[in-house]
Design a protein around this ligand. Structure first.
Ligand code: DC
Length: 208
C-alpha cells in the first residue's frame, strides 16, 4: 500500500507520515529532505540557488543516504529548498529516486507537495494535510524552540505565507490537492486526533 501525503509547510504532514509508517510497518520518505539536501549542498559549494544548471547537476548526483536531517531542518534551509524546488529540471532529477522508493514491495509512505499528483498518482491512499497559516506558524515556532533556535513568530508566519505562495504558484508540480485526495484539516487536532482521523480515512479507502 502506497500512502501519499501532501500539504503545505508545517501542516503536520511529516509527523503524520512518520506515525502512519510506524503503524503499518512501512518505510517512510520525507521528500522535503531531498530538496533541502540539494539546497544545502549548493550553499556549501558556494553556488547560487537560481543557477538552474548547477542545481540540476547537484540533484542528479544527490545521495539521500548522506542527508543529515538535523542540519537541514532549520528555517533557512526550508526557504532555500523552496527556491530550488521551483526549477523543473531539479524536480525531474529527483523523480526516479522517489518513484523507486514508493515502489518497494509492500509499499511505502511518502510526504511532500506533489506525491499524490506527480510522484505516485496510483497511490492507494492520498491525504492532503493542511491547517491555517497561524496554526502552522505556532507549530513551527514550538518546533524551533524545542531545537534551541531563536523564534520570531511574526517572521515565521511571513515565511510560511511566502512559501505557500511560491510552492502553490510555481509552474512545475505546484502544491495542489489531487482530485482523489482526502482533505484533512488539522487546525483543531492534536497529534493523536490527526492520526486517528487519518486511520479512519485509510480504513475507508484501502480497507486497512
Ligand atoms: O516539506 P518541507 O518544508 O521540508 O519542504 C521544503 C521545500 O521543498 C518546500 O517549500 C517545497 C519543496 N518540496 C517540493 O517542492 N516537493 C516536495 N515533494 C517536497 C518539498
Amino acid at each position: 500500500m502506497i500512502i501519499a501525503i501532501d500539504g503545505p509547510a508545517a501542516s503536520g504532514k511529516g509527523t503524520l507520515a512518520r506515525r502512519l509508517a510506524q503503524h503499518f510497518g512501512l518505510p517512510h520518505l520525507d521528500t522535503g529532505m531531498l530538496y533541502r539536501g540539494v539546497a544545502r549542498q549548493m550553499l556549501d559549494e558556494g553556488l547560487r540557488l537560481d543557477n538552474i544548471d548547477a542545481a540540476t547537476s547537484v540533484a542528479l548526483s544527490f545521495e539521500p543516504q548522506l542527508v543529515d536531517e538535523d542540519r537541514l531542518r532549520g528555517r533557512e534551509m526550508g526557504e532555500a529548498a523552496s527556491v530550488i524546488a521551483a526549477h523543473p529540471p531539479v524536480r525531474s532529477a529527483l523523480l526516479a529516486l522517489q518513484r523507486a522508493f514508493a515502489q518497494q514491495p509492500g509499499g511505502a509512505v511518502l510526504d511532500g507537495r506533489d506525491i499524490g499528483t506527480v510522484i505516485c498518482p496510483q497511490a492507494a491512499v492520498k491525504l492532503f494535510v493542511t491547517a491555517t497559516p497561524e496554526v502552522r506558524a505556532e507549530r513551527r515556532a514550538l518546533e524551533l524552540t524545542g531545537r534551541g533556535e531563536p523564534v520570531d513568530t511574526a517572521a515565521i508566519l511571513a515565511d510560511i505565507r511566502l512559501r505557500d505562495e511560491r510552492d502553490s504558484h510555481r509552474s512545475s508540480a505546484p502544491l495542489m490537492i489531487a482530485s482523489d485526495a482526502v482533505l484533512l484539516d488539522t487546525s483543531s487536532f492534536d497529534v493523536a486526533g490527526m492520526v486517528a482521523a487519518a486511520l479512519a480515512i485509510i480504513a475507508e479507502k484501502a480497507g486497512r
